[in-house]
Design a binder for this molecule. Structure first.
Ligand SMILES: Cc1cc2nc3c(=O)[nH]c(=O)nc-3n(C[C@H](O)[C@H](O)[C@H](O)COP(=O)(O)OP(=O)(O)OC[C@H]3O[C@@H](n4cnc5c(N)ncnc54)[C@H](O)[C@@H]3O)c2cc1C
Length: 540
């Protein structure tokens, strides 16, 4: 175990120079809240330690473009230490925080090398939120969410893989299943995903396939609520729906998803009618659940948490009774502020300013005041909706230009901005998608890792040491195949992620569809080729 202690306490061992004797600010998370907080402390006489489960800063609003082949993962997720290389007072540590001790003022994180305990003088918690399946965690096996680079790459593999398998399928009904894409959740992410899949099917892919007409693909956007983009108001909501329908998206509202499996989704409509949509590709874009670290903070401080697991904070974003602990971004609940990037950025910057004021001996500043710069969502190329203040509600080309400008502005790094604009030109002016590479591991890794965890949990309860040994070897093999990278620990598992903790002894089924989906393309392993019986190319 490594122990990081601030200068005020005796050191045992350290990776971080503590000779400065300065106030230490620990920041959890390298997302919008964490990054903006760190940069806000650039000139402050403090040592900043950012601990994050991922080695990158993720620009989540463009994840759907990674999933649909427009952008590469590097463009939306630059390495955090590269972003912060000029900030001399900042140190970046990879680790998933498992424990915050607010009485002892320490943060415990884990990495493949072990456990690290980092002491702090001030703490900014910006660990964000994960996907929520509203208590139906089993859905995640078949309907990945959209929260991380892993999610986006898995979805990319699934989306493009479905077109490939439709081309191979002989039976028209099966072909239709592969060509039906269901997106659950008609908020900005769901709308953007559905719009992009439809554009793929109608603009990018038609000339590339010989046996299928990709324009016949069905893209269905489902929501239990009665409106698309409900938070944007009636006018923009209706405009968004019309635009989606005009590009071929089938919008089905008041439709509650009650089941998800390999071959489809089950729905109950508002009139109680139950039905099933047969489809292979499902995307879950509904619901978020704050990092479980929020619950820990609440339990220790007496703060309340809301239904989404967000911590109720004081007006200055601190934990009740703990002015040294700030909670910002998607993890915090304050005045019904939405879980959007601007809230996280402004919250991170605000916390940094408060810390600097205290160090200077100045009185606390004004309570946190969110400046709403507006919201926008893109529906298709050349079409977006934007709502700025109470009076400006735009739909169409001008809103799309605004959307472009804002997203380029907030992307990190000049090179990323440049290549992103180039890729947008390729996709929006022309028809191409330059980021279509998919691999078997992209698609199967999550399922294999879930299987591995379940196996490990099951083994812990087994009595037979022989079985445990052979099982462990098998588990290690699966882990290797899944490409578990030590360089990216991923976000902390939250409610709703496939796996593992929610059903420890459950052995996930052998996922035939995953095997089907991946066998046909990607980086097929030589042993598969040897073992597989030769298949006749289907005749067109
Ligand atoms: C697909 C998608 C599209 C979106 N589109 C928009 C949009 O168009 N406009 C908009 O304003 N907002 C959008 N949002 C919301 C916006 O991205 C979030 O509100 C914002 O990212 C919140 O910032 P944050 O810093 O609180 O959390 P995040 O940005 O999620 O960052 C959390 C960080 O914490 C790290 N972390 C998590 N758990 C741990 C742990 N236990 N230990 C260590 N590190 C941990 C993660 O690795 C990550 O670095 C979108 C979100 C998604 C998912």
């Amino acid at each position: 175990m490594t122990v990081e202690t601030p200068a005020s306490r005796p050191a045992t061992s350290s990776q971080v120079d503590r000779t400065s004797g300065r106030h230490r600010v620990v920041i959890i998370g390298s997302g919008f809240g964490g990054l903006w907080a760190t940069e806000g402390l650039k000139k402050a006489p403090v040592d900043v330690i950012m601990i994050s489960g991922t080695s990158h800063h993720l620009f989540q609003p463009l994840l759907y473009q990674v999933a649909t082949g427009v952008l590469s993962e590097g463009e939306v997720a630059p390495a955090t230490r590269e972003v912060l290389k000029k900030q001399k007072n900042a140190t970046v540590l990879l680790g998933r925080v498992t424990d915050i001790d607010i009485a002892g003022k320490t943060v415990t994180s884990v990495s493949p090398l072990g456990t690290t305990v980092t002491a702090y003088d001030s703490l900014i918690v910006a660990a964000g939120a994960g996907q929520s399946y509203f208590g139906n965690d089993q859905f995640s096996e078949w309907a990945p969410g959209m929260k991380s680079i892993d999610d986006a790459l898995e979805l990319r593999g699934r989306i493009f893989g479905c077109f490939e398998l439709a081309e191979l399928a002989e039976d028209p009904a099966e072909q239709e299943e592969w060509l039906t894409f269901v997106v659950v959740g008609a908020g900005p992410t769901g709308v953007e995903m559905a719009g992009q899949i439809s554009e793929l099917a109608h603009r990018t892919l038609p000339r590339e396939f010989r046996r299928i007409d990709t324009r016949k693909a069905k893209v269905i956007l489902l929501d239990a609520a009665p409106a698309v983009l409900g938070a944007f108001g009636d006018k923009l909501s209706n405009a968004a729906r019309q635009q989606l329908e005009s590009i071929g998206v089938d919008v089905e509202l008041n439709a509650k998803v009650v089941g998800v499996d390999n071959t489809g989704v089950d729905i109950i409509d508002a009139d109680g009618n139950e039905r099933r949509i047969r489809c292979r590709c499902k995307v879950w874009a509904a619901g978020v659940s704050a990092s479980p670290l929020g619950k820990q903070l609440a339990e220790q401080s007496g703060a309340e948490i809301d239904r989404a697991g967000r911590v109720n904070v004081n007006p200055d974003l601190t934990l009740p009774g703990h002015p040294e602990v700030f909670v910002v971004g998607d993890m915090m609940a304050l005045n019904n502020l939405p879980g959007v990037a601007q809230v996280a950025m402004q919250g991170g910057s605000y916390a940094a300013v408060q810390i600097v004021r205290r160090l200077r001996g100045e009185p606390p500043g004004e309570p946190f005041k969110y400046f709403d710069k507006g919201s926008m969502a893109t529906i298709s190329r050349f079409h977006a909706v934007a709502s700025v203040g109470k009076k400006v509600h735009l739909a169409g080309f001008f809103a799309w230009l605004m959307w472009l400008a804002v997203h380029v502005m907030y992307l990190i790094g000049f090179k990323n901005r440049l290549t992103t604009m180039l890729h947008w030109a390729v996709s929006f002016i022309f028809r191409g998608r330059s980021q279509r590479t998919t691999t078997r591991q992209q698609i199967v890794a999550r399922t294999l890792m879930a299987r591995l965890s379940a196996t490990e949990e099951a083994l812990k309860t087994q009595q037979n040491p022989d079985e445990i040994e052979s099982g462990e070897t098998a588990a290690a093999d699966v882990s290797g195949a899944a490409g578990d990278s030590a360089a990216d620990l991923g976000p902390e598992p939250v409610e709703g992620r496939a796996s593992t903790s929610s059903a420890p002894n459950r052995q996930p089924e052998t996922t035939d569809s995953v095997d089907e989906l991946t066998a046909a393309y990607g980086d097929e392993r030589p042993e598969d080729r040897d073992a597989a019986p030769a298949k006749q190319a289907p005749e067109s």
